[in-house]
Design a protein around this ligand. Structure first.
Ligand SMILES: *Cc1c(COP(=O)(O)O)cnc(C)c1O
Length: 463
């Protein structure tokens, strides 16, 4: 037996141990995620159709269900080296405080200026846009992390970056906006009067504080209207999950170095990119029958796409301009209540994660906002890092599981994804600190209204 090594507080990797390829979990899935459909013809979208919205290389990645490993271009590897590898932290202090026999690890992705994992895909998407000779990209941002990450990547590569920012975040987080502008991006609150779809949404819902779905519609419209521009998206898509597998691959290498085998892997799920990236290598082992893990997706009770949504084809945006994607969805017209975890307010879910969940390879739980902030506070006070509200969803369930181990005496090994920091979320923390935070759980009737907007065609019935 190998000598048992003492596990340090932080497991870092050497640069030479960083991944040189992304891992495409679709290659190992027996039930592949359903293809994107053209909403007019209801036929699978072609490479050419997608190429009008996305860069060529990214279209290839989006549609590739078969290639298990994709080379990470050297320039992206170099960029990764500026802020990666990210540490895998053993939460010894938290374990001690909780008096739990569980062993808790977290992979911390907040150690770059964007404050989240989003930079991992932003640099890849900007790189392929640049390589194609484009002038710039358009995108949406909710909480602002994706817009920040993309503006950093575009600044580095010399690309123009136009960001549609969900209006309530734009107003609540003026400093986020200024970070993006510092990196050279232009930022427009959405819905806006700069696009046809924005004007239409404003006319139908005057005074709306916006949603990710609206902002996506506007960004897509602007990309197709300007020569030399394409649209990029920070989550949901297969390509984004692919880029985010650097998280899971680094985690796996770090664990393997010390012979650690997790029992449980937990992550928050908005569009599913960080969770998909974290779990992909482990799900690959599950799919190939090599090992088993319990995998838990955590979502807000206010936007419960996995736990209460329908597994059907739906639009990815409110304006219904994007292809149809088969996923767990609350309906593209669903506008969640003002939950403070902006990055988890999306109506749908990655089709890869949706399929894995449907096939029983992953579980899902929904948690309420105040209990999430209680977990965030507890974590901040012990481990020091002030977590993003999104990340705190994963913390909540990790704490719950560690406390269960305390009762049962089980020494489970728990790994969770700590996706980012919450410095721009202090309005939310302020509400919590003042005892003014509320929990809103949509009623079945609220959800019915969203489901009513799901496109109807043969084979796409709900229930
Ligand atoms: C965007 C974001 C998320 C949610 O997005 P996913 O695509 O589901 O990963 C989670 N945490 C943070 C900090 C984010 O910025």
């Amino acid at each position: 037996m190998a000598e048992k090594k003492t596990i340090p507080y932080k497991i870092y990797l050497e640069e030479s141990e960083m991944p040189k390829q992304w891992y495409n979990v679709r290659a190992d899935m027996k039930n592949k995620p359903a293809p994107l459909l053209n909403p007019q013809t209801l036929k699978p979208v072609t490479e050419e159709e997608l190429g009008q919205i996305f860069c060529e290389e990214l279209v290839k990645q989006e549609l590739d269900n078969d290639t298990p490993y994709v080379d990470i271009p050297d320039e992206i590897q170099s960029f990764y080296k500026m802020y990666r590898p990210s540490p895998l932290v053993r939460a010894y202090c938290l374990e001690e405080k909780l008096q739990t026999p569980a062993k808790i690890y977290y992979k911390f992705e907040g150690n770059n200026t964007s404050g989240s994992h989003k930079l991992n895909s932003a640099i890849a998407q900007a790189y392929y846009a640049k390589k194609q000779g484009l002038k710039g990209v358009t995108t949406e941002t909710g909480a602002g992390q994706w817009g920040t990450a993309l503006s950093m990547a575009c600044a580095y590569l010399g690309l123009d970056c136009q960001v549609y920012m969900v209006k309530c975040s734009y107003e609540q987080k003026p400093f986020r906006r200024e970070v993006m502008r510092t990196y050279g991006a232009s930022v427009t609150p959405s819905p806006s009067d700069t696009t046809e779809i924005g004007r239409k949404i404003l006319a139908e819902h005057p005074g709306t504080s916006g949603s990710l779905g609206c902002a996506i519609s506007e960004a897509v419209e602007m990309a197709t209207r300007q020569e030399g521009y394409r649209y990029v998206l920070g989550s949901v898509l297969n390509q984004v999950l692919l880029h985010q597998t650097v998280i899971g691959l680094e985690t796996k290498t770090a664990l393997d170095k010390y012979g650690i085998v997790p029992d449980m892997i937990i992550g928050c799920a908005g569009g599913g990119s960080n969770l998909g990236g974290l779990i992909s290598p482990f799900v690959g082992e599950k799919l190939r029958g090599e090992r088993d893990y319990q995998i838990i997706a955590v979502e807000p009770a206010s936007c419960p796409s996995l736990t209460r949504g329908k597994f059907v084809y739906d639009y990815c945006d409110t304006g219904m301009v994007t292809p149809l994607q088969k996923m767990y969805t609350l309906g593209s017209g669903f506008i969640p209540s003002a939950n403070h975890a902006g990055g988890l307010r999306y109506h749908g879910m990655s089709s890869i994660l949706s399929q894995l969940y449907h096939d029983g390879l992953m579980e899902a739980r929904s948690v309420e906002q105040t209990s999430v902030f209680e977990a965030a506070e507890q974590f901040a006070r012990i481990e020091g890092i002030l977590p993003a509200p999104e990340s705190a969803h994963a913390i909540r369930v990790a704490l719950d599981e560690a406390l269960k181990c305390k009762e049962t005496g089980e020494e489970k090994t728990i790994v969770f994804g700590l996706t980012g920091t919450g410095y721009f979320d202090m309005v939310a923390y302020e509400r919590f600190n003042n005892g003014e935070m509320t929990d809103y759980i949509p009623t079945d009737k609220d959800l019915e209204a969203g489901f009513a907007g799901i496109p109807k065609f043969p084979g796409n019935e709900i229930d």
